[in-house]
Design a protein around this ligand. Structure first.
Ligand code: NAP
Length: 572
């Protein structure tokens, strides 16, 4: 199987124009077609018939580019291409597969800046123009970056290091048509690093998929357990981590010797397609990694109904996960389900409250609260709830929503109007049941946020336990506080949900850390930390938050079958 690296193919005119607009230096990373059998593909094969869909910047409502809308026929073609690639990819050594993965990971790192910009654009990014207020003075340095294709006006799009501008602040002002603010670039860059960490991790893990020699039951036989790649896999991923949710699956699958067809979210196909372009450049062979996007239902049914696909890995909402599990039953596929959460955050009376607030801030407001491990239900001991609530609200109030130009955008928009409506409904429900606003509780429309879907960082106190915020995932920047008096009550309340993804505990009592962590019905527990994810650790939920684990040494097991081999007639 050839694994030579390849040079970039030119982007479409629309993608080249978008690259100039959003400041992506390597325009070939922007693609508007699916990637099937090593070729960029439009919907000519059947159902789509050349259809496209628009990718929209949720900060501005602006259409970034139209992308090929693929369907069942293209998905089947990608599956067939993957099946054709499987025999030789699974037969290559783990070392060769690791080398290909490393080249991919290196390219992801090398293009971190462009990938972050693409991610910002489709998840909602600041795209603005600065206009000079006066002529340049003698000797004055203006270091605003001008991107190719931008107007002659100094143009600052997704400025990666706003604080390092040496331009005098009175030399420019925002152009009056400044539109939209977005996901902070620092967060996007963090996700690029997070995404490449999975490629790096699984490149190594692929070399450690050991089998076993089992003490024999028959002196004339020898018994073994072999670990073999499952085969053709399908992956369906969400928009909230548009790179990492793909690499966490695809890198594990490829390292194990499997081949994969990925369906990214229609909200964020551009990040996914940039990964496809880099995989091609890295020499991942034809058909090993395919990308189709468009009609989610048709693509999903082509994947789940296929007898060729032996495994489906899904990250997304619990409702869609349940449907896909049902659909996979028809062909008895293996599934991994990384579904929604509704994370409790327990603060005991002996906790370091400042540390707890720090942990709460990170876990709550990252990605505007749109992470599956985002804490939501703050269960705080009655002796410290007032102090915790006041400090948490004070910190949340300081978050800057929007304005990336000030170099201090802490929180960007929600992904779309539906997400905003959901957040507003949860807050209204809590308020109608007696909750009190400590901060936020409203949409943000100032500072150029009027065209986007922004919601203020929100902390609500006295939230009754029958409020929807204590039952369902809000997926937005809203924290709901309630008090407890007794450890058992706190644990019972934390477990009183169908979700079981992540939970957090703050206490300075070491015995309590163990006692409470063991009783929490969650796949992941952060004790005195608001962060529970790393490439080296297993990630996943229990109950309706899913099945299977990604990351860590467990992540690759999801793509391996265990085969029992008995060799008879060996003699004594
Ligand atoms: P979603 O609506 O379930 O979408 C996830 C993916 O499923 C998208 O690619 C979507 O495609 C696709 N999809 C939707 N309906 C489908 C169908 N009928 N058949 C096949 N595919 C279908 O979830 P989301 O809004 O993107 O993501 C947010 C959810 O994901 C939250 O609940 C969050 O907690 C969860 N999540 C979980 C984890 C984890 O590791 N546990 C990580 C991140 C997010 P389109 O976008 O093209 O419609």
């Amino acid at each position: 199987m050839s694994s030579s690296t390849s040079s970039p193919s030119p982007p479409s005119d629309a993608c080249a124009a978008l690259a100039a607009r959003i400041g992506v230096a390597d325009a070939s990373l922007l693609r508007d077609e699916g990637f099937i059998a090593d070729a960029w593909t439009r919907a000519e094969l059947g159902d789509g018939g050349g259809a496209t869909f628009d990718v929209v910047n949720p900060a501005t409502g602006e259409t970034l580019v139209s992308v090929a809308k693929l369907g069942a026929a293209e998905t089947r073609a990608a599956i067939d291409a993957a099946a054709a690639a499987l025999p030789s990819w699974s037969a290559t050594t783990a070392i060769v597969r690791a080398q290909a993965l490393r080249r991919w990971g290196d390219l992801v790192n090398a293009h971190a800046s462009d990938l972050a910009r693409i991610m910002c654009a489709e998840q909602g990014a600041f795209c603005c123009t600065l206009v000079p207020t006066r002529p340049r003075r003698r000797g004055e340095r203006r270091s605003l970056r001008t991107f190719p294709g931008a107007s002659l006006r100094p143009h600052l799009a997704f400025n990666p290091r706003p604080r390092r501008l040496s331009t005098p602040t009175d030399a420019f002002q925002l152009h009056p048509d400044v539109r939209g603010l977005g996901k902070p670039l620092a967060e996007a860059r963090g996700e690029v690093a997070y995404a490449s960490s999975f490629i790096d991790w699984f490149a190594d893990e692929g070399r450690r998929t050991y089998g076993e020699v089992i003490p024999t039951h028959d002196a004339n036989a020898r018994v073994f357990a072999l670990r073999q790649p499952i085969g053709v896999c399908a992956a369906i991923t969400p928009w909230n981590f548009p790179l990492a949710m793909i690499t966490r699956k695809a890198a594990a699958a490829l390292a194990a010797g499997c081949v994969v067809v990925v369906k990214p979210s229609e909200e964020t196909p551009l990040s996914a397609l940039a990964l496809a372009e880099l995989a091609a450049r890295a020499g991942i062979p034809r058909g090993v990694l395919g990308f189709v996007m468009g009609d989610a239902n048709a693509i999903g049914e082509a994947m789940t109904g296929s007898e060729i696909v032996r495994k489906l890995s899904f990250t997304g909402s619990t409702a869609v996960g349940k449907k896909l599990m049902r659909d996979c039953a028809g062909t008895v596929k293996r599934t991994s389900m990384e579904l929604g959460g509704c994370a409790p955050f327990l603060v005991f009376q002996d906790a370091n409250i400042d540390e707890a607030v720090k942990g709460a801030m990170g876990s709550k407001f990252r990605n505007a609260g749109q992470t599956c491990v985002s804490s939501q239900r703050y269960i705080v001991h009655e002796d410290v709830i007032d102090e915790f609530g006041a400090k948490f609200a004070a910190a949340a109030r300081k978050l800057v929503v929007g304005d990336g130009l000030r170099g201090k955008t802490d929180q960007g928009p929600l992904i779309n109007a539906r997400a905003l409506a959901k957040v507003e409904a949860h807050v209204a429900d809590a308020l109608s049941k007696g909750a009190k606003v400590l901060c936020g509780g409203h949409r943000v429309t100032e500072n150029g946020c009027d065209k986007g879907v922004f919601y203020a960082p929100t902390v609500l106190a006295n939230v009754p336990r029958d409020a929807s915020l204590f039952r369902e995932e809000v997926f937005g920047p809203v924290a709901a506080l309630t008090s407890f008096a007794d450890e058992r009550d706190a644990i019972a309340l934390a477990n009183d949900t169908t979700a079981g993804l992540a939970a957090y505990v703050y206490t300075n009592d070491n015995a309590r850390v163990w006692r409470v962590s063991e009783k929490l019905e969650y796949g992941m527990v952060g004790a005195n930390t608001g962060v529970v994810s790393a490439a080296s650790a297993p990630f996943g939920g229990v109950k309706e938050s899913g099945t299977g684990r990604e990351g860590g040494k467990h992540g690759i097991e999801e793509y391996l079958e265990v085969k029992h081999l008995s060799v008879g007639g060996v003699g004594r």
